[in-house]
Design a protein around this ligand. Structure first.
Ligand code: ZN
Length: 336
């Protein structure tokens, strides 16, 4: 069994089915010393939590609490269990379930992941393993489904096994143990370097991407866009390097993913530019469309594509200076 952050007190003689997680193998111990004011439950899965004494005998409280919990948490008891465990393992506070209202209120706590937020469950489990390990390189025993599914807010053994297997497959942990719904082979776990440095939330991007036609006559406008982006406090990314034509599209899409906003120059309606614009749309990035109207051939081309004029607001410019000024205003107003 995994070394736990919670410790059972000696002298607890009543053993109950935990009214929160209600699992067959999960039992709660009642701290009768605290009677008559607050009763402290200690569950191997949930951790410690407090319940107000409303009956003469603690044992009689369990079905009452169970009723409160199932009224508000039906089908989500594992989330309440995970929450109580998390608070236990990361603070000195104990969760108090003193009334049905307390139990209801916890539902809205932002620490509790939605059941389909698998990424967050993965993060929670990995954080727990790091916490238990204490430092890089120190092995720990693999968690067991009887007591530890709460570390991942998992619904059942199958989900817990699946989350552990993601950690394994992504090389965030290293272990010879195996996890599945049918069998569970315990063994040591080491959180790997990738696990210790895992950061799924990339730092907020500060990059403005420039999607544009690369032609010598565009140089002035590209320079103007770069200056506008920089003057607004962002870094500009423009892939002008033509030395790697095979990979340029991949590089562009990779940089787009890392960007905070995109300037699309529709001048001459180049397919690559439209492709990047569509990709940025799909990513939900703010996009600012610009187009050079100083040249007749561009006017005809963009105007023919009425789609662009109707669907998107386009900034038409006739000089690089004008473009830079327009963009500085629009970036400041639209990108926050
Ligand atoms: Zn429990």
């Amino acid at each position: 069994m995994i070394k736990k952050d919670i410790k059972l007190k000696n002298g607890l003689n009543h053993v109950f089915i935990c009214p929160v997680c209600n699992k067959k193998n999960c039992r709660a111990k009642l701290n009768s010393e605290k009677i008559p004011v607050i009763v402290e439950f200690t569950c191997q899965t949930c951790g410690k939590y407090k319940i107000k004494q409303t009956m003469l005998k603690g044992a009689d409280m369990v079905p009452i609490i169970r009723k409160w919990v199932s009224e508000h948490w039906k089908g989500k008891e594992h989330l309440l269990s995970g929450y109580i465990r998390l608070i236990n393992d990361t603070s000195t506070r104990k969760v108090e379930l003193l009334s049905p209202d307390d139990i209801k209120k916890i539902l809205e706590n932002p620490l509790i992941p939605k059941d389909d937020a698998i990424e967050r469950k993965i993060e929670y489990l990995l954080s727990a393993l790091k916490r238990i390990s204490g430092h890089f390189g120190k092995p720990i025993q693999s968690p067991d489904p009887k007591n530890d599914i709460s570390l991942a807010f998992a619904q059942d053994t199958a989900e817990f096994a699946a989350i552990l297997n993601v950690l394994k497959e992504q090389n965030l942990i290293e272990t010879k143990a195996s996890f599945s719904n049918e069998y569970w082979v315990m063994g040591d776990i080491i959180v790997t370097y990738e696990g210790w440095t895992y950061n799924p939330r990339e730092e907020e991007s500060n990059q403005g991407f420039i999607a544009t036609w690369f032609d010598p006559e565009m140089t002035e406008s590209i320079d103007a866009i770069e200056k506008a982006i920089i003057n607004c406090g962002y870094t500009a990314m423009c892939i002008r390097d033509k030395d790697y034509p095979e990979t340029i599209a991949d590089k562009a899409l990779g940089e787009l993913r890392k960007s905070k906003f995109v300037i699309v120059n529709l001048t001459n309606l180049r397919p690559a530019v439209l492709h990047e614009a569509g990709f940025a749309e799909a990513l939900g990035l703010p996009i600012i469309y610009v187009c050079n109207m100083s040249n007749k051939k561009y006017q005809t081309k963009v105007k023919k594509e009425a789609f662009y004029n109707k669907r998107y607001k386009i900034i038409f410019y006739s000089s690089a200076k004008e473009l830079q000024k327009y963009l500085e205003d629009v970036i400041s107003a639209r990108v926050t």
